[in-house]
Design a protein around this ligand. Structure first.
Ligand code: ADP
Length: 319
């Protein structure tokens, strides 16, 4: 292996830059050439390649987003799209590729590997919804952003004695809502993985009121309901004025935390080692503080699980 490529794909996440930096520096350390491929798989098919040097990844470890840009591409889901990607890789003499992204990006990387082109996946998504790793790159930073918002909203909620619904990202995975809700002391956390009963939510609000509680904070994952619709339900059942905050894309950006930078660096370094060892089709992750790798099939076959004991604890702590 003399030359490798790296791209970021799908939704961006803080720490992707630190991962790109690790891949580039580790590769150069081992005397490999590295191409940055810009705009994800769309850029791969279009031949948007640029040779990266040590200095190309200077001053990015602390930046959110991705210096390689990212994109979504329907064309890449077709066989022709994948073949034209491989043509470009061959044309540039690239022999292995590191793909940083979420589940969809992994599927693309698996397809390339099946066509004989070795790819390594790194979990870059704020959703923490990839199996084979305890944490994805960007999750920790997103959590800090959400907690910061909850703390601020709590000040207003207390002062005005109001019920607040904070809608956070998570279409299928409730990790952001669960962790941020627990860390932010939310009274109720609503996530896609666990059914809720409206009467329970209402009961908690009412019993809090009886105790003289000044406010209620509900953290709602976007995959369960739209915040405004949920607020209407709560207002109908409690007659309490309810406010909604939809955090949206602020959760994706920002300076990556130290945790995400270290995770990204460790995973990026391992990705290059795997390619040097001649291994493709592997997804790198961290489990119990050890760097591990699994085949894409293994990752796809393990469903993402929410930590139910943590969910129950959050309920016990917010009676
Ligand atoms: P994420 O990687 O964040 O989950 P997407 O699901 O949008 O984001 O996937 C990113 C890109 O990966 C898609 O735009 C597409 O180009 C590629 N991709 C997704 N699914 C497949 C698939 N089944 N086969 C090939 N490529 C895919």
């Amino acid at each position: 292996m003399k030359t490798i490529g790296v791209l970021t794909s799908g939704g961006d996440s803080p720490g992707m830059n630190a991962a790109v930096r690790a891949v580039v520096r580790k590769a150069i350390y081992h005397n490999l050439n590295v191409y940055g491929i810009y705009q994800g798989y769309a850029g791969l098919m279009a031949g948007n390649f640029k040779k990266l040097e040590l200095g190309s990844v200077g001053d990015i470890i602390h930046r959110g987003g991705t210096m390689l840009y990212t994109a979504r591409s329907e064309e890449f889901k077709t066989l022709e799209g994948q073949h034209s990607g491989i043509e470009q890789l061959n044309k540039h003499g690239v022999e292995g590729l590191v793909v940083i992204g979420g589940d969809g990006s992994y599927r693309g990387a698996q397809k390339l590997t099946e066509h004989g082109f070795p790819c390594i996946g790194l979990p870059g998504t704020i959703d923490n919804d990839i199996a084979g790793t305890d944490y994805t790159i960007g999750f920790n930073t997103a959590l800090h952003t959400v907690i910061d918002a909850i703390d601020k909203i709590r000040d207003t909620a207390t002062s005005h004695e109001r019920t607040f619904i904070i809608e956070v990202m998570g279409r299928h995975a409730g990790d952001i809502a669960l962790w941020a809700g627990l860390a932010g002391g939310a009274e109720t956390i609503i996530i896609p993985e666990i059914d809720f009963k409206l009467e329970d939510v209402v009961g908690r609000i009412k019993s809090g009121q009886k105790r003289g509680k000044k406010h209620t904070i509900i953290v709602l994952a976007e995959g369960v309901s739209n915040g405004m619709d949920f607020a209407k339900l709560i207002e109908r059942e409690t007659s309490l004025e309810t406010r909604v905050s939809v955090l949206g894309h602020i959760q994706r950006g920002g300076t990556p935390t130290a945790f995400d930078r270290v995770l990204a660096s460790r995973l990026g370094g391992r990705a290059v080692e795997l390619l040097i060892e001649g291994k493709g089709g592997r997804a790198v992750g961290m489990e119990q503080n050890r760097i591990v790798d699994y085949s894409f099939d293994e990752v796809f076959s393990k469903p993402h699980h929410i930590d139910e004991t943590m969910y129950r604890l959050s309920q016990e702590l917010s009676i």
